[in-house]
Design a protein around this ligand. Structure first.
Ligand SMILES: NC(=O)c1ccc[n+]([C@@H]2O[C@H](COP(=O)([O-])OP(=O)(O)OC[C@H]3O[C@@H](n4cnc5c(N)ncnc54)[C@H](OP(=O)(O)O)[C@@H]3O)[C@@H](O)[C@H]2O)c1
Length: 335
């Protein structure tokens, strides 16, 4: 089969198309999926640059794929040949608290991922996809969508009338907006681009703030909430934005610590106790959460925001497109 491989952590140069890699065979409790589409996450940029540890080279990158089951191993009970499925980011986090070794079983990092014609998955490392989604759309769900769902819905227990701040217009952010609106919340959405703000506005964002022209976006949120602050913040900026998020959240509000897009920074921890802020780390989510999310996506007919679909031979152009933050929502590769 054809498979992209990270052979060296030297960026795009270390990413090589292998035209003749052995096709996987399913063992006990495993399925083989013919991957029809895969989606990029910010994490995948770090993988090709060596920002994460590996157990072996070469490794097939990307955690997020969707396709059809073509073979099942002994003992598989939840899938049959022909089922449309998506991969789960963690192959062994089925439910409950995140296990200590979750990252060792994350696709496209420590173990082979899905940027190939076929992928070998644990039966417990796949879910059925919502029936109304194409393979390209379903491929966007495993990491970005589930992270936003875990933060706002599973952990945050968001409800109608809540207020949410969402930073930027990448994959996690766009799903965060859609789930917040699904639950009847009011959304403050920030972006570096007025054009992207218009797009989130058309998706239902209620208040739009350009964080380049309004660098004190935290003060703007306080102004617009009459000093109260917001109930939830989807924090994808990390150290570089956390201080502002702590300013913009309400007393007793929740900040979901997800990403590190904004570079270095420092925080004064005093506000955490003074405002009784809940700072909650989020690491994607479990298979159980994924199934819950898919039920809601199917019921509401939610369609992921896809920026662009690249061909399997144009994988490097897809990485470059995402790296330059030109995208809105998800960048997808059709296989
Ligand atoms: N903890 C987890 O489980 C988990 C899961 C998924 C992702 N993440 C992390 O979450 C972050 C987002 O991931 P992603 O895949 O959604 O990324 P992405 O699609 O590449 O999002 C990039 C967008 O983020 C926005 N952005 C960049 N710098 C920003 C800043 N200083 N302030 C506010 N927004 C900024 C930009 O939006 P505009 O162009 O609109 O300005 C940019 O287009 C990454 O750090 C990623 O590693 C963590």
């Amino acid at each position: 089969m054809k498979a992209w491989e990270v052979r060296e952590t030297t960026g795009l140069d270390g990413l090589v198309l292998n035209p003749d890699r052995a096709e996987p065979k399913p063992g006990q409790g495993q399925i083989v999926v013919q991957i029809r589409a895969a989606a990029l996450n910010y994490r995948d940029q770090g993988v090709i640059k060596g920002a994460y540890g590996y157990t072996k080279f070469p490794v097939i990158p990307l955690s997020d794929g969707a396709g059809a089951v073509v073979a099942i191993g002994p003992g598989v009970t939840q899938f049959k040949v022909g089922d449309r499925v998506a991969s789960t980011f963690f192959q062994r986090w089925t439910g409950g608290h995140i296990p200590a070794d979750a990252s060792k079983n994350s696709l496209g990092g420590m173990i082979d991922g899905v940027l190939a014609e076929y992928a070998l998955l644990n039966e417990t490392g796949a879910v059925h996809t919502p029936g109304h989604l194409s393979f390209e759309e379903a491929a966007t769900l495993p990491c970005a969508a589930l992270t936003a769902w875990n933060a706002l819905v599973t952990t945050g227990q968001i409800k109608a009338g809540d207020t949410v701040a969402i930073l930027g217009t990448g994959g996690v952010a766009c799903f965060g907006l859609q789930f917040a609106k699904m639950h009847g919340a009011f959304v403050f959405h920030t972006s570096s681009s007025d054009e992207k703000l218009e797009r989130v506005g058309s998706m239902g964002a209620d208040a739009l703030i350009n964080y380049k022209t309004t660098p004190d976006w935290d003060k703007e949120i306080l102004k617009q909430t009459e000093g109260a602050g917001v109930d939830h913040i989807l924090e994808v900026g990390g150290a570089g934005t956390l201080e502002k998020s702590m300013n913009a959240v309400r007393q007793g509000g929740s900040i979901y610590v997800i990403g590190a897009l904004a570079g270095p920074g420092s925080i004064n921890p005093r506000a955490i106790n003074r405002k009784s802020i809940c700072l909650q780390g989020i690491h994607v989510g479990s298979r159980e959460m994924f199934a819950d999310m898919n039920r809601a996506i199917a019921l509401h007919g939610l369609k992921p925001a896809i920026d662009q679909v690249f061909g399997f031979d144009d994988v490097k152009a897809a990485y470059a497109h995402q790296q330059d933050a030109k995208h809105f929502g998800k960048t997808v590769i059709a296989i």
